[in-house]
Design a protein around this ligand. Sequence first.
Ligand code: HPA
Length: 265
Amino acid sequence: MRKIAIVGGSGVYNPTALKGFTEQIINTPYGDALCNIGELHGNKVVFIARHGVGHKTAPHKVNYRANIWALKSLGVEEIFATTAVGSLNKTMTPGHFVICDQILDFTKSRICTFYDTPERGVVHVDFTNPYCATLREKTIECIKDMNITYHTTGCYVCTEGPRFESGAEIKMYAKLGGDLVGMTNIPESILAREAEMCYVNCSIVTNMGAGISLEPISHAEVVQEMKVSIDKMDRLIDKFISYNKDIKSECFCQEALKDFGGFKL
Ligand code: HPA
């Protein structure tokens, strides 16, 4: 039995496949996390809506540490995260799915580690490849014959938000090698790595970045584009959960803190 979490971003609040799951509040040292727990395709599955019920939590206010800690305490080993993103790359246009392979961190105010107290000590985790190679391969295997336009690589730029970017920022991120811009994969992906869980992010492009798009960017546009893609994402989530084939693991996510004695709850 695999132990999988789906972390749903904007527009992904209650995937069809996960209907009938049991809501449970998990207490953590960082606060509570609202989880929906169930079984599907022979696997244990936990769902978290990143922005909470009714999208009430802004990206810089999400309790990332509580969410990841809760998933770890429930025994989760694989995290499939979804994110709505703007695009800086003209080949990645609204409606496209991107299985990201790299990340640039432009956040400013977030606590990006579980290791910031004398009790927990100091840890420097490897983040050369921020996303799990095994789960990326699994996701690509799932998506490849689903009639979805997708990209197998992409560099996610994480901004602080909650505002959208300026035109100059978008130009700068593109020059630095960014493909997509969003507000949530940092610190989520870092905390997952510290907690020695495999983590993959599948982004859905909802708009072209500020200044590339000639119109002002609006949250309504993001929500509208997510509605167009939600059925595809629902199907992808279901397929990912059902994909029980063993992919030859090339990742070291589950021993990321080996040199530090492993992650401890
Ligand atoms: N910028 C940042 N985050 C986003 C965007 C964007 O253009 N679109 C969806 N999430």
